[in-house]
Design a protein around this ligand. Structure first.
Ligand code: GTP
Ligand code: MG
Length: 180
């Protein structure tokens, strides 16, 4: 077909922020309450159409546990896009996200498209009223937006649990990939 594009995309971020869950939501429209940690890395693909482009995402879902840290460069080295994920209820995961962004800017392909993703948005909302649960959010929207602005990143808050913004982050990246 015309305009068929493959996109190598890598997910990075601290353990348990929801990287695999975002992929599961995107690829299978599913969610698991107690998802097991990724060992090493997982590879999945998903095809989609964006406008007149046929896109095949080739997704490397890396393990966040520290013992796998030395493997991660293998997965981001050739990536055209990266999702750097943190958990908006876990400040340490935001600090880790900053480190990943820096490392990508130093080590990854120069024109890599990076999206900063603050996941687990659902944990900040009361499921009855839809209002914010006081004190649940530990990384503000502004902190995320500011980092994204400073570092020239796309930015999303998301929930793998509800699906909030999950398709949007992949679609926006797909739109930005040049047709080569
Ligand atoms: P590693 O593979 O160890 O790096 O972890 P990961 O980043 O892949 O996290 P994973 O997707 O395994 O999710 C960790 C835990 O958080 C699981 O119990 C998920 O069910 C839960 N989780 C993931 N995303 C969300 C979310 O958006 N909301 C809520 N409430 N829980 C989530
Ligand atoms: Mg995982």
């Amino acid at each position: 077909a015309t305009n068929q594009i493959s996109v190598k995309l890598v997910l990075l971020g601290e353990a348990a922020v929801g990287k695999s869950s975002l992929v599961l939501r995107f690829v299978s429209n599913d969610f698991e309450e107690n998802k097991e940690p990724t060992i090493g890395a997982a590879f999945l693909t998903q095809r989609c159409t964006i406008g007149d482009k046929y896109i095949k995402f080739e997704i490397w879902d890396t393990a966040g546990q520290e013992r796998f840290a030395n493997l991660t460069p293998l997965y981001y080295r050739n990536a055209q896009a990266a999702l750097v994920v943190y958990d908006i209820t876990k400040p340490a995961s935001f600090i880790k996200a900053r480190h990943w962004v820096k490392e990508l800017h130093e080590q990854a392909s120069k024109n890599i498209i990076i999206a900063l993703v603050g996941n687990k948005y659902d944990l900040t909302l009361d499921s009855e009223t839809g209002e914010e649960i006081e004190g649940s959010r530990k990384v503000s929207l502004e902190e995320g937006q500011n980092l994204a602005e400073e570092e020239n990143l796309l930015f999303f808050e998301s929930s793998a649990k509800t699906g909030y913004n999950v398709n949007e982050m992949f679609t926006t990246i797909g739109e930005k990939i040049p047709e080569a």
